[in-house]
Design a protein around this ligand. Structure first.
Ligand code: CP
Length: 324
């Protein structure tokens, strides 16, 4: 990522700068306005990206973040932990293994965490609606770090930030979401967030049995996003700026491929790379499976590691704004 031209503003106090913020809890990417992302979140994330860790203003000094992760995570959990500690705060939490050892009602756990004075609760839950349930009883802001096949709103923020950084714009981009779109929370959140922008063309590339859910499709239609649903990445690779790959979720994808087409339809191959324009990008929320072979990582268009790193800056900016 080229940081040239990004001016460090780490001494500045983060604020919503007059743009409408998403509210107390971060549950759903429909909470994010374009103005808030472009005028508050992204510039602050860029500021953090351009600032060395030694120079960071400790805006979260004394703040305490609790992670409650019912499912495993590398990127989301570590980037939130890094974000809060780099800005002077502290972190504690429970992971899935600890939660399974001591099952307890989600709402009870949230009340206990509230009682111990935490300032943020970051929750990953195995069922849709988990973060909403937590927010319903929480005094501290709850951040949805993924709820079943529902949403992953902070992933959509880092995805859009990546597009904004790499292309200098989001309006007018042509994207393909590829894979099991029925159960993929990252593409749900990104679809809702993209609907805030103009002139988006979205190809939804999935097996017939794993198409995006009706609510997301309807939202895209209502917001006049130009959507094409298809079943073969090779048909669209030459027409897009961005391929957003998703992890083939094991048995569901295997079953769909047995019923429908071969897995060349949902995989990056040398032919797909050859069709893609030189200034296009391949994103993936990670972790990946065989759909994005590591053999292609040296291709600069494979941006998934830059994307994951952007998660740190975006979450630093988000926590700063939520606490300002
Ligand atoms: N992208 C993402 O959510 O990754 P983790 O599952 O590692 O948090």
């Amino acid at each position: 990522v080229n940081n040239a031209g990004a001016k460090p503003l780490a001494a500045a106090k983060p604020s919503f700068q007059g743009s409408e913020g998403p509210g107390k809890h971060i549950l759903d990417s429909r909470q994010f306005t374009r103005e808030w992302m472009e005028k508050s979140l992204f510039p602050l994330a860029l500021d953090y990206q351009a600032t060395s860790s030694r120079e960071l203003r400790q805006v979260l000094s004394g703040k305490r973040l609790f992670f409650l992760f019912h499912q495993e995570s590398t990127r989301t959990r570590l980037s939130f932990e890094s974000a809060v500690t780099l800005l002077g705060g502290s972190v504690a939490g429970l992971d899935g293994q600890e939660i399974r050892l001591g099952p307890e009602r989600l709402e009870d756990r949230i009340r206990i965490i509230n009682g111990y004075g935490y300032d943020f609760i970051v929750i990953r839950y195995h069922e849709q609606g988990g973060a909403l349930r937590a927010a319903a009883v929480s005094e501290a802001p709850v951040i949805n770090a993924g709820d079943g096949d529902g949403q992953h709103p902070t992933q959509s923020l880092l995805d859009l930030y990546t597009l904004w950084r790499e292309f200098g714009r989001i309006d007018g981009l042509r994207l393909a979401f590829v894979g099991d779109l029925r159960y993929e929370r990252t593409t749900n959140s990104l679809a809702y967030a993209l609907a805030r922008f103009k002139g988006i063309k979205l190809y939804l590339v999935s097996p017939e049995t794993l198409r995006i859910n009706d609510a997301a499709r309807e939202h895209l239609r209502e917001n006049r996003v130009d959507v094409v649903e298809t079943t073969d990445i090779r048909e669209v690779a030459g027409s897009v700026d961005v391929i957003y790959m998703t992890k083939a979720q094991g048995s569901r994808m295997d079953y769909a491929l047995r019923l429908e087409k071969g897995d060349g339809c949902y995989r990056i191959t040398p032919d797909v790379l050859a069709s893609l324009s030189p200034d296009s990008l391949i994103l993936h929320p990670l972790p990946r499976g065989p759909e994005l072979p590591a053999d292609f990582d040296a291709d600069p268009r494979v941006a998934c590691f830059r994307q994951a790193q952007n998660g740190l800056y975006v979450r630093m900016a988000l926590l700063s704004l939520l606490s300002s």
